[in-house]
Design a protein around this ligand. Structure first.
Ligand code: WT7
Length: 659
């Protein structure tokens, strides 16, 4: 058993980057002592961190733990909207930029904390006027515009849990989420801008609302101005309601465990899970980590590029930054519109100092080439971050050099929708960085890497990533399904209340964590467990490769064989076209490269060059579909793909290539 659980990890990354001296001097956290303090008494530590918020009533007890159900800051009373807005109004921050908004067409808006107070309290009154009460669920389906932050803060103000559905989701996905949550009101927009085109949100919402019996009203924000249908008695314009809504609305004094929001997350299989987050613990967790990990100062312009429809946007675009009185930037559109330097243009325009994005985006920047960032002034940046998947060392170093000018620390932050807050990450003023490692658990976080029996594996070996103690921003349950909550996260290691994250990881001899991807992305070649991520990482290390996806393909002798789908960088591709190199030559080169980097055991049997990889709307490569193709099966569920045409084309080319 134990033996089987071990993931063989063969890739070694040796480079170390120490925090620059001037960064250390000004860092929010500049001493290792915090780790020891938190470890000595985690509850005391979190109780201390909770003091950074304003409470209407102080808690009696930091934690009540009836595994696997937690209550944090028991009997404490507070309000998230109050903490994100009102408490800044009696300080100089009243006139500080809370939100800087850049629309895709180039329009921009700045909302001060006072502006936010006005808009949020007015909208809270709108909701109340429509009969929304504390505890009622509100669905939000909006583009990345200030109204998204405004409406979620208004929900939080009156204690109506929100369920935000990412604007890239389809009508059916929206319908299912509305129905699972039993939402009473839907907030949407006529449309949003994406690569110069209108995303027809209201049209999708209309289709969804033909089958959502609980929806009483739909509030529609005008953004793109095209014709839409407004259904009488159900649909109302946001601006019309706001024009009549009074300013000022008391922030409800909510219990610390009051449900703040539901956020649906799709596992690799099964229907989406409604992850439930509550008020006090969540806000303590995210405001603490936002301040420490991003080293945020009042002078910063902080930009997290995630859509607010994902947990990253909830925690680190809206609630974390605003609770800390920071300036947070929201950009509506695509990174390559109108040109592939749009992000760099935005950084230059607003003087962004902290930039947080995803490895998949970084690999796209690499593919587009360094000429795009190098044409812009990025000298205001002082800290970079990544999240969402393991970052391969090549992409890390590219990001470090080409975006950070070799001067900015990079925080590689590991966490999940379920954890609510960052769990494993460097603290940029004190943690030496190794490209590709999320480094160590944050103070107050108790993680481990274990085998199938739940026993810690020795350093240097791979296993399952687990969390051994509750943490304040942890999910409380799956909405309406405590059983599924218990089964999915808490029963993997019987007899121990250990949270199973679903990820493989290893720790190196410095106790640094290396994420090895989801455990279902682990393949077994001739009895050796290999991380698909490690092989991908070695492929991307090759100068011709832009991105790769590795899967295990059934193999008679070896159990599984490595199959790699690879996209090439523009230059390598044009070389190929001008016939300097054949497909076969490049494929052979790549196989040899993996064998050299990791060992013959990892050498792909099959390398397939393709123009695009199939991805979900959040940018995750769908390896399951690639497995279907490689094994000649009918494609499984493709409804969560960003672009279904990619997979159809890939399947056809794969099957028709000469063998
Ligand atoms: C899964 C969670 C909350 C972050 C956005 C995604 C993977 C996330 C990292 C990282 C390696 C990472 C894990 C995790 N992941 N961050 N820094 N290094 N892997 O949230 O959709 O809930 O996905 O993303 O596999 O379990 P999510």
């Amino acid at each position: 058993m134990a033996r089987e659980a071990t993931i063989n990890t063969l890739l070694e990354e040796e480079r170390i980057f120490h925090p620059p001296e001037d960064f250390v001097k000004q860092a929010n956290v500049n001493s290792q002592e915090l780790y020891a303090e938190a470890k000595a008494n985690p509850r005391l530590y979190w109780g201390m961190q909770a003091e950074r918020l304003d409470w209407f009533q102080k808690w009696d007890k930091v934690l009540e733990w009836n595994p696997p159900f937690a209550k944090w800051f028991v009997n404490g009373k507070l309000n998230v909207s109050y903490n994100c807005i009102d408490r800044h109004l009696c300080t100089w921050r009243r006139n500080k930029a809370a939100i800087i908004f850049e629309g895709e067409p180039g329009d921009s808006r700045v909302l001060t904390y006072w502006d936010l107070y006005r808009e949020v309290t007015q909208f809270a009154n709108v909701l109340k006027g429509l009969g929304v009460r504390t505890g009622d669920r509100v669905a939000i389906y909006l583009p990345m515009i200030p109204e998204l932050a405004i409406t979620m803060l208004a929900c939080a103000r009156i204690g109506a849990p929100h369920s935000i559905v990412f604007g890239g989701f389809s009508a059916e996905a929206l319908r299912d989420r509305i129905n699972d949550a039993g939402a009473k009101v839907l907030i949407t927009a006529d449309g949003g801008w994406r690569r110069g085109k209108v995303v027809p949100l209201k049209k999708n919402a209309d289709a969804a609302m033909t089958q959502t019996p609980t929806i009483e009203k739909a509030i529609v924000v005008r953004r793109t101005n095209q014709e839409i249908d407004m259904k009488q008695d159900r649909d109302v314009w946001y601006h019309e309601l706001m024009a009549k809504a009074p300013l000022g609305c008391p922030a409800e004094e909510l219990d610390s465990e009051h449900m703040l929001f539901i956020l649906y997350t799709s596992g690799t299989t099964g229907k989406p899970k409604g992850v439930v987050h509550t008020t006090g613990g969540y806000l303590v967790g995210i405001s603490t980590t936002h301040a420490m990990v991003f080293d945020v100062k009042d002078s910063d312009v902080y930009w997290c590029t995630a859509d607010i429809g994902w947990i990253t946007g909830h925690s680190y675009v809206v609630y974390g930054p605003l609770a800390n009185g920071a300036t947070t930037l929201i950009y509506e559109g695509a990174p390559d519109w109108p040109e592939p330097d749009r992000f760099w243009e935005i950084i230059e325009k607003f003087g962004v100092t902290i930039f947080y994005t995803a490895p998949t985006a970084i690999r796209a920047f690499m593919k587009w080439g360094r000429k795009w960032p190098s044409g812009r002034n990025l000298s205001t940046l002082r800290l970079l971050g990544t999240v969402g998947e393991p970052i391969n060392p090549e992409a890390w170093v590219w990001y470090y050099q080409n975006i950070g000018g070799s001067r900015c620390p990079i925080v590689d932050t590991w966490w999940q929708t379920e954890t609510g807050m960052i769990m494993i990450s460097p603290l940029p003023g004190i943690t030496p960085l190794k490209p590709g490692s999320a480094t160590v658990p944050l103070p107050g976080i108790d993680a481990d890497v274990v085998d199938a029996a739940g026993n810690p594996v020795p350093l240097g070996q791979g296993g399952f990533l687990v969390l051994k103690e509750p943490w304040p921003a942890m999910l409380r349950t799956i909405y309406g399904d405590d059983r599924r909550y218990i089964d999915t996260y808490w029963t993997r290691f019987p007899g121990k209340w250990t949270y199973f994250a679903g990820d493989g990881a290893k720790r190196d001899y410095h106790n640094y964590y290396w994420m090895l991807g989801r455990v279902d992305d682990v393949i077994n070649v001739a009895g050796h467990r290999l991380s698909t991520m490690e092989i991908e990482s070695s492929l991307v290390d090759h100068p011709s490769v832009a991105e790769s996806a590795v899967i295990g393909k059934n193999h008679e002798l070896k159990g599984q064989a490595v199959a790699a789908f690879v996209t090439l960088k523009a230059r390598a591709f044009s070389e190929l076209k001008s016939a300097k190199k054949s497909f076969k030559e490049i494929e052979g080169e790549l196989k040899a490269h993996v064998a050299k980097k990791i060992g013959a055991i990892a050498r792909p049997d099959d390398v397939f060059l393709t123009a695009e990889l199939p991805k979900t709307r959040s940018g995750k490569i769908m390896r399951r579909l690639l497995r279907d193709i490689a094994e000649g099966r009918i494609l499984g569920d493709t409804t969560t793909l960003a672009d279904p045409a990619v997979i159809a084309d890939l399947k056809q080319k794969y099957e028709s290539r000469e063998s």
